[in-house]
Design a protein around this ligand. Sequence first.
Ligand SMILES: [Zn+2]
Length: 104
Amino acid sequence: MSQVSEIKCPHCGEWTLWNGNIDDRCLCCGEFLEPNRFSREVEKKIAAEVKKENDYFALKPADGPIKREVKLLLNSFRWAVYYLEIAFFIFVTILLVLLSLLAA
Ligand SMILES: [Zn+2]
């Protein structure tokens, strides 16, 4: 039992029919209607952020030789920091084990 009502589309502002279903789309612009508009917007935003993060250091064919060098340098620097963090963590762990052995 679905109830058809008229609501104003949040995307294009035109009046359209809404059956109360989650995946109802606007008859005018084809965008999703309420009520899950908000979660969809957030999902889209997070996906865009993740994409941006991945693209940031990614090499593109259009990049010039200098840009390519800089990106490779930044990439290796990022990895160096990552490995340093792991090395530091292992170092601290060994130190704690040694201290507890000495204290015993
Ligand atoms: Zn619309």
